[in-house]
Design a protein. Structure first.
Length: 320
């Protein structure tokens, strides 16, 4: 079932009373209007009115998110007329090698169907309600590490700096790959912060990049959940990966640990797997704190823990 981007909490927070998009959305979802109005009235992230405000960090976060928005026109573009010779195996190896050289810590390929894409766009009023079309057959999902020293200070403002720096690195890798793919004669479209046409966590798991943990984030072998994602969809033939063969180990680890659920009201304790984090509670917590929190990453024992997943059975429950 395709997800409607209009339902994503970031899209809902972008709705402004009195606009056609606002009236359309809440006429169809009146049950969400009161909560959303309450959250929208709270100070924005990084505001001086929030308890975590840091006057040195706020300009960095605001400036880099503005920079990221400026990258959006570069996400797609003209394609060179000559195709680079090769086959699916060589193209996949080439794309992954470039992604890692550009700064990704991991890259996974998958075959796409329309169900992988959002059904409708929702982040900006000018695109609100537009059906997502232009499906491409393949994608490479990219992970870049965040700085554990900054994430470890969650929920302070420095953690939010780690987030935007991670998005910046992810955008750099995705744009480099998209430009190179287009120069190789294929369509290459970057999906970066604020410009996603598909939810990336599911794609990351299907590509073999990692496993979705109790916190709803992708857990990678290299950096646990301390990563940010981007993607490039393309008509370049790619060999799809497969879910990680040790997926059951991470699921069992998260079942025994539960430390993120102890630190975050949005993450259900039980039962798991099955219940996902509540995005509304998560965002409400962000707005009260003034940062994107990050405690579920900071307190995950797999953050910054370089361990062979075969050894996870000996990891202590409860993050001890």
């Amino acid at each position: 079932m395709r997800i409607d981007e209009r339902d994503v909490v970031f899209s809902r927070m972008a709705r402004q009373p009195g606009t056609p998009a606002y009236e359309d959305y809440y006429s169809r979802h009146p049950e969400r209007e009161e909560l959303d109005r309450h959250m929208r009235a709270l100070p924005p992230l990084g505001s001086p009115a929030t308890p975590t405000f840091d006057p040195e960090v706020s300009p960095v976060v605001d400036g880099l998110f503005t920079l990221l928005a400026g990258f959006h026109p570069l996400a797609d573009g003209p394609i060179a007329p000559e195709k680079m010779p090769g086959d699916a195996a060589s193209y996949t190896a080439w794309a992954k090698k470039l992604a890692l050289a550009a700064g990704a810590s991991g890259a996974g390929a998958l075959a796409l169907t329309p169900d992988h894409y959002y059904s409708h766009r929702g982040r900006r009023d000018g695109q609100y309600g537009q059906p997502v079309t232009g499906f491409l057959p393949h994608a490479l999902v990219l992970a870049v590490p965040m700085r554990t020293d900054l994430v470890g200070q969650a929920p302070k403002a420095s953690e939010m700096a780690a987030t935007v720096l991670g998005y910046l690195e992810a955008a750099k890798v995705a744009l480099a790959l998209a430009f190179a793919i287009r120069q190789a004669g294929f369509r290459g479209r970057a999906h970066i912060d604020g410009l996603y046409l598909m939810p990336l966590v599911r794609l990351a798991q299907e590509s073999g990049l990692g496993v979705i943990g109790r916190n709803g984030l992708i857990i990678t072998r290299e950096h646990g959940p301390c990563v940010r994602l981007a993607a490039v969809d393309t008509d370049m033939p790619l060999l799809p990966g497969a879910p990680d063969p040790d997926e059951a180990k991470i699921i069992e680890f998260c079942r025994n640990c539960g430390l993120c659920a102890q630190r975050c009201p949005a993450i259900p304790n039980e039962p798991w797997p099955g219940n996902r984090p509540n995005a509304d509670i998560c965002h409400h917590t962000w707005r009260k704190l003034g940062t994107d929190c990050g405690r579920c990453i900071a307190h995950c024992p797999l953050t910054g823990w370089q361990v062979d997943w075969a050894d996870l059975g000996s990891a202590p429950p409860g993050g001890g």
